[in-house]
Design a protein around this ligand. Structure first.
Ligand SMILES: Cc1cc2nc3c(=O)[nH]c(=O)nc-3n(C[C@H](O)[C@H](O)[C@H](O)COP(=O)(O)OP(=O)(O)OC[C@H]3O[C@@H](n4cnc5c(N)ncnc54)[C@H](O)[C@@H]3O)c2cc1C
Length: 408
């Protein structure tokens, strides 16, 4: 029998690490506190699992991780992911570079992992929460203490994840405490890839509305982030791809209760001149129709409604009674719809956690400095990527490296 390895956490990075280690002949046990493997993985990509991206580079990760990611992605990149999934019987398809299982079902990815772990004879212990990890340096052995038991291993891979995800994912951030007790430095955490609540009294729709838009975030006059994509406006805030992509750059200010203003451009596909020509053409249509009738077809009716309310106009006002300059201000509002943020939707609504175990604690082979035989992988580390498959890529990259090295 090969090395005795315990993997703490049966999520994306832990299952990946376990497979690589077991394929190399190690005797692997996963300890998972939930009653199933890959609970969060099964929810990824709206149930479709966006597992990587052909447009891969270290620039897609937080600045503190960029340099290290370059090295790690050169060891295990997108092609390695595609081949790994092929070896599990999962065919990958690309949608504009975003990679998904061809089944379109995250559940098939979880099943493929389960089948492979079973085939390799990996032992899985469910329903035990790991509380601490102790190293016996003289005997080169680790003791893993759980809520019910304790276990010994030559090597331990900590793949416990973060604070992000719905309650059912059991993402309670246990890893930060466990790693801190082992002497590792933990960088402050924040929810990332998350939406934001708006200040009370802001004009928002009664129900959710989606629209492509360019969304810019400001602290005073300073632009903190600008993103384009499908924006979601809800009755108390904003989310969707452009907001999530910007979130890591603004979360700190929102948590510090700094006044963050959002400017939404619902006509981002038009440049300044094209939009002006469009507005001038529209102006020709001013007659005895109402404002609501006039705007019908100009944009989504719910967006039109927001603009009318923002401008404090009556929807049944006759266009001939609204001055040309006022109509132009209405059009301007579609390019600069302002909202003020009050808070984020928090960890349970976030896709990843920024911060965590500082990369200064970790060697390139994912081992922990001063703890030979101990590995930390996945989101528990201070690595967070943009939306688009980058966080799962990190789970596969870090998991595969740790699983391989641990088995040697
Ligand atoms: C709704 C949602 C959608 C997402 N969609 C995408 C996407 O499409 N593409 C993408 O790249 N990323 C996506 N992500 C992010 C991605 O899922 C995570 O980055 C990834 O799962 C992290 O892998 P991990 O192994 O580090 O942690 P996890 O997958 O969270 O696994 C950690 C495991 O450890 C277990 N555990 C925790 N504490 C203990 C303990 N004390 N003892 C024992 N076990 C423990 C947990 O139960 C869990 O099974 C999404 C996240 C969410 C919440």
């Amino acid at each position: 029998m090969g090395r005795k390895i315990i993997v703490v956490g049966g999520g994306a990075s832990g299952m990946c690490a376990a497979i690589y280690a077991a394929r190399n002949g190690a005797d692997v046990t996963i300890i998972e506190k939930n009653t199933q493997l890959g609970k969060k993985l099964s929810m990824t990509g709206n149930g479709r699992c966006n597992l990587s991206n052909l447009d891969m580079s270290e620039k897609m990760y937080n600045p503190a991780a960029e340099n290290r990611m370059k090295q790690w992605l050169s060891v295990y990149g997108v092609l390695d992911v595609i081949n790994f999934f092929k070896s599990l019987g999962i065919i990958i398809k690309s949608e504009d570079g975003y990679l998904y299982p061809i089944s379109g079902q995250a559940s098939t990815v979880v099943s493929a992992f389960e089948n492979e772990l079973k085939r390799l004879g990996v032992n899985i212990i469910f329903g035990e929460q790991v509380k601490s990890i102790e190293e016996n340096k003289e005997e080169h052995i680790y003791k893993v203490v759980t809520s019910k038991n304790y276990y010994f291993a030559d090597r331990v891979i900590v793949a416990i994840g973060s604070l992000s995800g719905a309650k059912s994912t059991m993402s309670t951030g246990d890893g930060y405490y466990i790693c801190q007790k082992l002497g590792m430095t933990i960088k402050d955490t924040h929810p990332a890839l998350v939406g934001f609540k708006c200040e009370e009294g802001e004009i928002l729709p009664e129900a959710g509305v989606r629209s492509t838009a360019e969304v810019s975030f400001y602290l005073g006059n300073e632009e903190l982030a600008k993103e384009y994509g499908e924006l979601q406006l809800t009755k108390d805030g904003i989310s969707g791809i452009p907001v999530m992509q910007a979130s890591s750059k603004i979360i700190k200010f929102v948590e510090e209760k700094k006044p963050i203003t959002v400017s939404i451009n619902f006509f981002a596909d038009y440049d300044e001149d094209d939009y002006l020509s469009l507005c001038k053409e529209m102006l020709q249509l001013r007659d005895d129709r109402t404002l609501e009738e006039f705007l019908n077809g100009f944009h989504n009716s719910y967006i039109n409604d927001l603009i009318i309310r923002k401008m404090k106009m009556g929807r049944s006002m006759k266009m001939k009674n609204i001055s040309e300059s006022m109509v132009m201000s209405i059009f301007d509002s579609y390019r600069n719809f302002k909202l003020k943020l009050s808070d984020s939707y928090g960890y349970q609504a976030s896709q990843v956690t920024a911060g965590g175990v500082s990369l200064g604690n970790i060697r390139d082979d994912m081992t922990v400095k001063d703890h030979d035989g101990l590995f930390v992988v996945g989101e528990l580390l201070d690595v967070d990527g943009r939306c688009g498959g980058y966080n799962l890529q990190w789970a596969w990259t870090s998991g595969s490296i740790a699983g391989t090295v641990a088995s040697l």
